[in-house]
Design a binder for this molecule. Sequence first.
Ligand SMILES: *Cc1c(COP(=O)(O)O)cnc(C)c1O
Length: 481
Amino acid sequence: MSPEEFRLAGHELIDWIADYRQRIPDLPVRAQVQPGEVRRALPDEPPQSIDSFATVLADLERTIVPGVTQVQHPMHFGWFPSNASLASVLGDIACSGMGTLGISWESCPALTELEEVVCDWLRQLTGLSDQWHGTIHDTASTACVVALILARERASQFSKNGPGLQGLPAPLVVYSTAQAHSSIAKAVQVAGLGNDNLRMIAEDPDTRAMLPAALQEAITQDLHNGRTPAAIVCSVGATGTTAMDPVQAIADIANEHGIWLHVDAAMAGSAMLLPECRHLWAGVEQADSIAWNPHKWMGTILDTALFYVKDVEHLERVMSTNPAYLRSTADGEVTQYRDWGIPLGRRFRALKLWFHLRLDGLEAIQTRLRRDLDNARWLQNQVEQTEGWQVVAPVSLQTVCVRHTPRTKNGSPLTGDELDRYTLGWVEAINASGAAFLSPSVLDERWMVRVSIGVEGTTREHVEQLWALMRHASSTQSISL
Ligand SMILES: *Cc1c(COP(=O)(O)O)cnc(C)c1O
């Protein structure tokens, strides 16, 4: 494709994207396709001849769009906000369009230096001190793998340079809670530490926050048994209920024992753009690494996961291999981001944050975050004031976890598996309708429903509509008794 052909097709595509974004509210939220349906609509064989752009665009519309769950839809309340602000989309297009290669400072000096600058801007915007140095990973999952590798190498005196974990006299142990994101357990496995060495520390039954006394006890027990406590993963905004582990108390324990402390604030990091929310991660300065995702609530399009460490020397010592073909005269003067993580080649991701912050601006982002917090409080109040409805976990940010408990014919509240079937039933009725989307989740072995508020287009009116839908769906759900 020549630049001139690209110009024509590109204009058409931009128009298509703008129209698409405008009509999202008219599309069903959950993709209404059956498993295999998209695949069956596509040819099994690769194309034998080339197509016109018009044909490809028509197929995008006909075959792909129906297979998209509309997470930018204002009635999307599932999982977590996965905003993709159009300002950051432009940054993504610039990134792709330039076709840069990030394998060293030399291969694209601007890529490295803009990444340094935007990471530092976001450090300042979230109130972190200048002892933190950042990079952009694809996801918080990757950031956690890197954090655990850093912890592993610190606790094993750089076992990677010798026999690795296979030569250690005693297992390394990681501490987290059952509320933590599934990526933590995955990172433990991928970093070679093994599930047997992941301790799920007891939580406060109300807040679901890690209990520091239980953490201390587990560490003492492991030390007594000759194991090596290596890392604590502390959740600031855990996935299920947005629980906030007490960072300060955990950091005190981590520092006392020289254990690596990783703060996973993937979802809640966006809230730290609001000074009034920063008390939620008080003590974060004493951690060793922090990850959070602007690609969630803040709204910079995937994949922009920020990862901050204080000890860059340790990071580079663990992550660098320095092969001859990548050495250059600038070494020592510049940042080589390949030595800050796992991949060699990197995209120019910083452009997305740069465009987003410059074109939308902090103030608009903050206003939106505050709007979402207000909307969550509003819904919480409605639920709490309505007979039969419960808020089942503290609302720390924008996630409201609810359950409706109807009464059976004899007047007693529905319980047990029947309550589970009922809950899943009314949520599925909403999700299947395409009118809104919610994620059911399990808390204390019973299903509940998470309402995660925070899509860019979601206003109070949408939350009111959702609440009406929830009451309607639950009241028409038959109780199988
Ligand atoms: C979303 C989330 C993750 C995983 O984020 P990815 O960027 O998709 O890997 C990890 N931890 C928490 C608390 C999250 O909310």
